[in-house]
Design a protein around this ligand. Structure first.
Ligand SMILES: Cc1cc2nc3c(=O)[nH]c(=O)nc-3n(C[C@H](O)[C@H](O)[C@H](O)COP(=O)(O)O)c2cc1C
Ligand code: SF4
Length: 453
């Protein structure tokens, strides 16, 4: 039997009759936790977040409490809060569930966080394509302002903080926090060099800034509700709370699901929750945390020792669905986007598709990323359009190796990791592609037939 979902953030989202307006939210206890929070000392809320162990849900999994602690309070500059609602990692569709179905939960999470860090102003940076979400958030912020939850003198405390919704223009790099900050400042979203531009010290307008993902910020409301220590009991050590997983690809029932971290494995998610591989076909590969995470091949084994000393010997099916499980298997949980591929997938075509995406989205500042992502795309495009060469697998790997670790931002890794892992695990298919073309395989355009620049 499938492990049951534990819906905390999505508790109301899909309930019949639940609507995104403030009246409905208030009927369900909405803004009670903001009321509770403003009666606490701001530093005590930060301590509860630290005690909860909640890790960022946007990609890197960094503890939120630590980021709050790193905020430079000595400079005397205003502190800013940014909610990252860019949600552009391919395969990810979780934040938009909250934005569309329970937007006040996000607004409440933001206002509690803003109060905790004594932010002078909060920004909600939303992906350009999510027009409806942006409109809804604007309306909901207006509703919350009218009731005294946002804006001047919040709940009569004397503390004031407004939220500005800022729409991106549809670039993936706007999700990288320093690119996002540049964009928010009205510039091209070129990521900044770290150090010195760690947002907690030199963020928006060169002021200390806390940047967190939508899902991360929603958790703060529940941490205030149950207390950090109680929250930390959900999930498992170092993997606390629930996570919302977006499952796409070749399963019978794709969708989004909220589970306690580590309550089930990738196998249980794919076979029990999502009904298995479509049409009874065989599993070929899983991308466990969005397109930038390293691919896992069906049948391979992952062996090692966990931090708590436990030895493991896993197949994909055995990997715990949390932060540390995919990491131990040499990949990452990233944005929680699980992309399942069955045995019909041509891995060279899949690679060509991914490479086209990263080439298109590189901001172009760093030569290894700008040139390397273009070459990765060119090589895989050539491979799927009839010009594959046996040495292409090694060529791709060597290009990717020259990008990773040599760039301003982690986009360099995001573009390289898929290539490095596809070649490490499916090199046979890349070589076979060249051989089959030499033997007269029919040439066809890759997905979408994107143009070669
Ligand atoms: C290329 C790139 C794209 C990213 N896109 C997103 C995104 O769309 N949404 C997001 O929340 N974080 C994204 N991130 C991660 C952010 O830089 C940042 O770590 C995150 O917003 C912090 O929030 P969290 O600690 O709550 O996860 C991206 C990172 C990189 C390197
Ligand atoms: S790694 Fe790529 S996306 Fe990041 S700053 Fe350099 S060129 Fe831009």
């Amino acid at each position: 039997m499938a492990v049951a979902e534990r819906r905390i953030l999505l508790k109301h989202a899909d309930q019949e009759g639940y609507t995104p307006d403030i009246e409905c939210y208030l009927r369900h206890g909405g803004y009670d936790m903001l009321q509770k929070a403003v009666g606490m000392k701001p530093e005590d809320i930060c301590s509860e977040v630290m005690a909860s162990g909640v890790r960022g849900r946007g990609g890197a999994g960094f503890p939120m409490g630590m980021k709050m602690k790193f905020l430079d309070r000595k400079s005397g500059k205003p502190i800013y809060l940014i909610c990252n609602a860019d949600e552009s990692e391919p395969g990810t569709f979780k934040d938009r569930q909250i934005i569309h179905k329970d937007p006040h939960q996000l607004i409440e999470g933001m206002m509690i966080t803003a109060f905790a860090i004594q932010a002078a102003q909060a920004f909600l940076y939303i992906r350009g394509e999510m027009q409806e979400g942006a409109r809804l958030l604007e309306k909901c912020i207006e509703e919350a302002r009218a009731k005294g939850f946002v804006g001047e003198n919040i709940l009569g405390t004397g503390y004031s903080c407004d939220i500005v919704v800022h729409r991106g223009a549809g670039a993936y790099i706007c999700g990288e926090e320093t690119g996002l900050i540049e964009s928010l400042e009205g510039k091209r979203a070129n990521p900044r060099i770290k150090p010195p531009f760690f947002p907690a010290v030199l963020g928006l307008y060169q002021c200390p800034t806390l940047v967190n993902n939508v899902e991360t910020l929603c958790n703060v409301k529940h941490i205030v509700d149950m207390g950090g220590a109680e929250y930390a009991k959900i999930g498992r050590p170092n993997n606390t709370g629930t996570r919302i997983w977006s499952v796409s690809g070749h399963v019978e029932r794709p969708g989004y699901f909220e589970f306690e971290c580590g309550a089930l494995t990738y196998g249980e998610l794919i076979y029990d929750v999502c009904g298995g591989i479509r049409g009874g076909r065989k599993l070929k590969a899983v991308i466990p945390g969005g397109s930038s995470s390293k691919v896992l091949r069906a049948g391979e084994r992952y062996k090692g020792t966990l931090k708590d000393g436990t030895e493991f010997d896993w197949g994909i099916e055995d990997i715990p669905l949390d932060f540390d499980g995919p990491m131990a298997a040499g990949s990452m949980s990233g944005s929680g986007a699980v992309i399942v591929m069955d045995d019909t997938v041509d891995m060279v075509e899949a690679m060509a598709n991914i490479n086209a995406f990263y080439q298109h989205e590189s901001c172009g500042q760093c030569t290894p990323c700008r040139e390397g992502s273009l070459w990765l795309k060119r090589v895989t495009h050539r491979m799927v359009t009839g010009g594959a060469r046996e040495e292409d697998a090694d060529l791709l790997k060597s290009i990717a190796d020259q990008i990773a670790g040599r760039t301003i931002c982690a986009f360099g890794e995001a573009a390289s990791w898929p290539v490095q892992s596809f070649i490490a695990k499916f090199k046979d298919e890349f070589v076979a592609k060249a051989q089959s073309q030499a033997n007269g395989e029919v040439k066809r355009a890759p997905y979408g037939g994107y143009p070669l620049i």
